[in-house]
Unconditional design. Structure first.
Length: 435
């Protein structure tokens, strides 16, 4: 369903009226397209504190020309990894304060920080301060601009993350804190099709967000397996045929689902995307046990069971990626969704616990995306006032698109994203609740 309010605020009368009434003024977001794959403008590189990250070669590969002028940069990257005390935070203000107004609409601001040092509480305090700073700045920049914080120690290992955050692909990702490790990056043979030669399975891929994820992974070169329930087999085959992939009609809640996936893919799997999910909304006082158990079974138990089975069978190749779907509902909670919120919070627990073991034992990373209000057929059926509240209650004052979740998933699935592990990345336009 079209966002008519967003369209109205783009007109002169709409801008005048919303400004006078103090209403949200969302800006159209600049998203990725084949004819405009990069931001329009240069990259301004600033520093606060002393840093030895050696960013220049990595930033040169982002595709954005360096802009050291006082013009209008499309992106600003502030290296604050060397800030170790309160005095150093003054340099953060001094660096960004003069340039914020010059950043173009739908621009990107990325702050780089360092891991918190448990042996130095001054450094830990200063670096933690960057999180509050980044989240606050994201809520006041406006104009479709995004602000994110990346904690890193190795610029090369963080390259795929920086390329994502400094591109149109991250249009609906803002106010996030992403930690990257020191894993050796695996450069793809084809930067335009980084998943070429890889097999990706997406559950619940016959429609909605799952279909968008399958489309984006196929765009990036993956051979996509479109998995959905047998009742959706016709839609799954339609999607698979369009993407030159294969359809796998299967109930993911079946006890032997993992074994059947492994049997269907004897050559193994490189990317596993747990997208399938259901809702059975009702307040807990009115919720029968069946509504509770069916949501927990699809959204959480099947993910745990299938992941365990595929890892145990060695079906996920070394260098593989697992991306699960969490939700803002599991972070902030949502009235009428105790079952759904519990299942999605469970995904976060799964990711944080399994990630270090899976990488150390199997060479596989485990991450999650947590969508906020995404424009789908399901949200189009939500009552008008609730739908409008969902759209406006984030820093970008609009709903996201399935492609926003798909682009974030594709970044986590990228061969060079091995340093990103155990992360839950919200794709919510920086929701004002729980973000």
């Amino acid at each position: 369903m079209a966002d008519r309010y967003l369209s109205f605020t783009g007109t002169p009368p709409g801008r005048f009226l919303t400004r006078r009434l103090g209403l949200p003024q969302p800006a159209p977001l600049r998203r990725w397209s084949a004819d405009r794959p990069s931001l329009d403008g240069g990259l301004l590189h600033l520093t606060a504190g002393k840093s030895d990250l050696g960013l220049a070669p990595v930033l040169a590969r982002t595709g954005l020309a360096r802009d050291d002028t006082t013009g209008r940069p499309a992106a600003v990257i502030l290296d604050a990894s060397g800030v170790r005390d309160v005095e150093g935070l003054a340099e953060v203000h001094a660096a960004l304060h003069p340039v914020l107004r010059s950043v173009t609409a739908s621009g990107r601001i990325v702050v780089l920080g360092a891991p918190l040092d448990p042996a130095d509480h001054h450094q830990a305090a200063a670096q933690q301060a960057l999180e509050g700073f980044t989240r606050s700045l994201g809520k006041e920049t406006g104009g479709g601009r995004t602000v994110n914080l990346v904690r890193l120690t190795d610029a090369d290992a963080a390259e795929s993350t920086l390329r994502f955050l400094l591109s149109p692909k991250s249009a609906y990702v803002s106010g996030q804190v992403i930690e990257t490790g020191t894993h050796e990056p695996a450069a793809p043979h084809d930067t335009d099709r980084p998943l070429a030669g890889r097999t990706a399975l997406v559950t619940g891929a016959a429609r909605g967000i799952g279909e968008a994820v399958a489309e984006t992974l196929a765009r990036d070169g993956a051979r996509v397996v479109v998995l959905d329930v047998p009742q959706a087999e016709q839609d799954a085959r339609r999607v698979a045929e369009r993407l030159d992939g294969i359809a796998l009609p299967l109930d993911i809640t079946a006890d032997d689902a993992g074994a059947r996936i492994a049997d269907a893919l004897p050559d193994g799997l490189d990317v596993l995307v747990h997208n399938a999910g259901v809702t059975r909304d009702r307040r807990l006082v009115n919720m029968p046990a069946e509504r509770w158990s069916s949501v927990l079974e699809v959204n959480l138990a099947s993910v745990l069971r299938t992941t365990d089975a595929l890892l145990a069978a060695g079906a996920l190749k070394r260098g593989g990626r697992i991306v699960a779907t969490a939700s803002i509902a599991g972070i902030a909670g949502n009235a009428g969704q105790t079952n759904y919120g519990a299942s999605k919070a469970g995904i976060t627990g799964l990711v944080r616990s399994l990630a270090p073991h899976a990488q150390a034992t199997h060479g596989v990373t485990v991450n999650a995306v947590a969508p906020g209000f995404i424009e789908t057929k399901m949200t189009a059926a939500v009552p008008l006032f609730i739908r409008e509240a969902g759209r406006r209650m984030n820093s970008l004052a609009q709903g996201g698109l399935p492609s926003d979740v798909a682009e974030t998933t594709a970044w986590l699935a990228h061969p060079a994203s091995g340093a990103v592990n155990g992360q839950v990345v919200r794709v919510c336009g920086q929701s004002l609740l729980g973000a």
